[in-house]
Design a protein around this ligand. Structure first.
Ligand code: DX5
Length: 231
């Protein structure tokens, strides 16, 4: 019997949204069935860009979305409470920015939210596999973090496959998220490798019709995703 651990989700990233009409764009993707939005937080140190504060999480929550906050900052545990206060459902820190990943995940969960851990392209996946038991979400960056609209790094797929094997072998409940350059051409490859949370910024919000773009991405990803095989 095949039991999908959870339905796969396409997760539009606010980074690519049009700030002059973000509310309207969120309504568009919501109407297309989107229920999860990713908010990229950048501090200009950990990555060479500055982006959003907690108010953008509040906007997405006000629109009725599940929100994951992707902290691309050097001090994730210090700023975490601000985003919990704003209502985020999931907080993802980078393994490169924490002393001890397991302790960091426990600290995030102690704030009452789901805990995620991310790896940059140059960081091996081993550290992430080592803390999976504490992880609600494992994020594999498929671009060097900092900017939207970059080229997808297909050579990150073995990391996704390794995470899928480790999670299925231990029957863990953990999303595998990919983020960066995901589009209609490569999303099936991400889902086939085992990712079940697919962040897409430009592919959704830079499209002429974000709702149609979202639906196309979801269709392609769902067709390619092989749910966990239960005995
Ligand atoms: C890191 C950001 C981006 C963004 C997705 O740079 O995390 O990856 O969310 O942007 P696109 O989908 O346009 O690459």
């Amino acid at each position: 019997m095949i039991v999908a651990t959870k339905t796969l989700a396409v997760v539009p990233s606010l980074l690519a949204g049009d700030l002059s009409r973000l509310g309207e764009q969120l309504d568009q993707v919501k109407a297309a069935g989107c229920h999860w939005i990713s908010v990229d937080v950048m501090d200009g140190h950990f990555v060479p860009n500055l982006s959003f504060g907690p108010d953008f999480v509040k906007l997405a929550k006000k629109k009725g979305f599940c929100v994951d906050t992707h902290l691309m900052v050097t001090n994730p545990l210090q700023v975490a409470p601000w985003f919990v206060e704003a209502g985020t459902d999931i907080l993802t820190a980078h393994i490169e920015a924490v002393e001890e990943p397991v302790a960091a995940l426990k600290k995030i969960k102690s704030l009452g939210v789901k805990a995620g851990m991310a790896v940059k392209p140059k960081t091996p996946v081993d550290g992430l596999i080592g803390c999976l038991a504490e992880c609600d979400l494992a994020l594999v960056m498929t671009v060097e973090p900092g900017f939207g609209g970059q080229k997808f790094m297909a050579d990150m797929m073995p990391k996704v496959a390794a995470l899928r094997a480790a999670i299925d072998a231990k029957n863990l409940e953990c999303w595998i998220q990919v983020d960066g350059g995901v589009n209609a051409v490569n999303i099936a490859q991400c889902a086939a490798a085992g990712a079940d949370s697919l962040v897409a910024g430009s592919a959704v919000f830079a499209a002429k019709d974000p709702a149609a773009a979202f639906r196309e991405l979801e269709l392609k990803a769902r067709a390619a995703f092989k749910p966990q095989q239960q005995p």
